[in-house]
Design a protein around this ligand. Structure first.
Ligand code: C2O
Ligand code: CU
Length: 439
């Protein structure tokens, strides 16, 4: 197909009635699966997945369309599905004990919600997530813009790590206290899983949707073989595009990159470690696209958001405490929780704060621990406040380094009970979570 025909086809498609993408299933079945995590030739690994695979199927719809998904639980313990980053109805948020009952083994639950924001999201188990996500219960969720940007390939790149035994099984000890008190459960094998993994051409313009699906690992990612920009973080378009170099993805964070392929050989995803570069994966480059006219990469259309009311914002502080080498560690050794937010571990009867619907809050996140934490708020996005007191990226998960203080500004306009927790799932397991209520 030449470029002209391509343009014609897309403009016809834009006029056609909205359709649900054929690739999106109407059912998600959690079940045991066998996955080729290690390189070909090594044994497959027994894991958990959705609809027969881990990662689960790509869920894709157009902005404003409704996801209608029957979740069936065929694993031998309770589960539930959380749609990470989507600003949806509270009853659909998938948090057992807060927004719904756990979906017991052999039971099912109907999830139905419109997708309000275009962008890159993901779904994952939110019951005993430190174990169920580690075992593979997650998948990508993509919401298309009304007019998607002009790219030749739209590729999902999930980065993950696994703790493998010599027999290619997942090591158990998902609640290992030493892990929980430090950085969480870190794997000994990491990969970038590309979907679909089809070759691209030099000169193609690609959209890469990076998602860190690891339970606890922070991934700095260097990408070789392309030239372009970060256009969105955690699904939400950036008004000022960023350089992809120095990109860091905390667990659950996403980055969309639009770039031109400059290599004639491969696009490489590299995880720089203390021991040198670790290759996470690549996309093959075959052939050349000579028809694409050079053009600027422009910002994606913004999703609709309520403007914060800074003059009347309530000021709150959320202090992270605990972990190895802290006083709270003693409690952990005696069977209590290792981590806390404002001195509280786990979900208490009263929320961290009760917001009136539409209220703006400026929350100071204080990391008094020796470890970084990726703090995630359900049902909302928030602005990261920059060094000049400016409102920066609009995210759902923010990485706060050890010793760092970071302010976020959020308009709490989505009614319901929403979790606020560390997305290092081992930390969450050991108490680092709270909740807010919006009336
Ligand atoms: Cu990605 Cu509480 O979730
Ligand atoms: Cu944490």
């Amino acid at each position: 197909m030449n470029r002209r025909e391509f343009l014609i086809t897309t403009s016809v498609a834009a006029l056609a009635p909205r359709v649900t993408f054929a690739s999106t299933p109407t059912e998600l079945v959690a079940q045991p699966v066998s996955a080729q995590i290690l390189p070909d030739g090594e044994p497959a690994t027994p894991m958990l997945g959705f609809n027969g695979s881990t990662p689960g199927p790509v869920l894709r719809t157009r902005q404003g369309d409704v996801f209608d998904i029957r979740f069936r639980n065929q694993i031998d313990e309770g589960s539930a599905v959380h749609w990470h980053g989507l600003r949806i109805d509270n009853a659909m948020d998938g948090v057992p004990g807060l927004t719904q009952d756990v979906v017991k083994a052999d039971a099912e639950f109907a999830y139905r919600f419109p997708a309000p924001d275009a962008g890159t999201y993901w779904y994952h188990s939110h019951n005993r997530s430190w174990e169920q996500v580690a075992k593979g219960l997650y998948g990508p969720l993509i919401v298309e813009e009304a007019t998607p940007p002009d790219v030749d390939h739209d590729l999902i790149v999930m980065v993950d790590d696994w703790r493998m035994t010599e027999n290619a099984t997942l090591a158990d000890g998902f609640e290992n206290m030493h892990d929980q008190a430090h950085q969480g459960r870190l794997g000994n094998y990491a990969r970038a899983l590309v979907e679909p993994n089809t070759p691209v051409r030099r000169g193609d313009r690609v959209r890469l949707r990076l998602i860190n699906v690891a339970t606890d690992r922070i991934f700095p990612v260097e990408i070789e073989g392309i030239e372009g920009n970060v256009v969105a973080l955690d699904g939400m378009p950036l008004s000022a595009l960023q350089e992809p170099s120095g990109l860091i993805l905390a667990p659950a964070q996403r980055a969309d990159i639009i770039a031109d392929v400059t290599s004639s050989d491969q696009i490489s995803f590299i995880f720089p470690t203390q021991d040198g570069p670790y290759r996470l994966g690549e996309i093959a480059v075959v052939g050349e696209n000579t028809e694409r006219e050079p053009s600027e990469i422009s910002a994606l259309p913004a999703n609709e958001t309520a403007p914060p009311d800074m003059d009347n914002a309530v000021s709150l502080t959320l202090t992270m405490e605990g972990g190895a080498m802290s006083r709270r560690m003693m409690q952990g050794m005696m069977g209590g929780d290792i981590w806390a937010l404002n001195g509280q571990s786990g979900l208490t009867d009263t929320p961290f704060h009760l917001f009136e619907r539409g209220q703006t809050a400026r929350i100071r996140l204080v990391n008094g621990t020796r470890f970084p934490h990726g703090i995630h708020l359900h049902g909302h996005h928030f602005f990261e406040v920059g060094a000049e007191n400016n409102l920066g990226a609009f995210r759902d998960t923010t990485l706060v380094d050890s010793g760092e203080t970071r302010d976020i500004v959020c308009v709490f306009d989505n009614p319901g009970k929403w979790l606020l927790h560390c997305h290092m799932l081992g930390h969450q397991a050991a108490g680092m979570k709270t909740w807010v209520k919006v009336t």
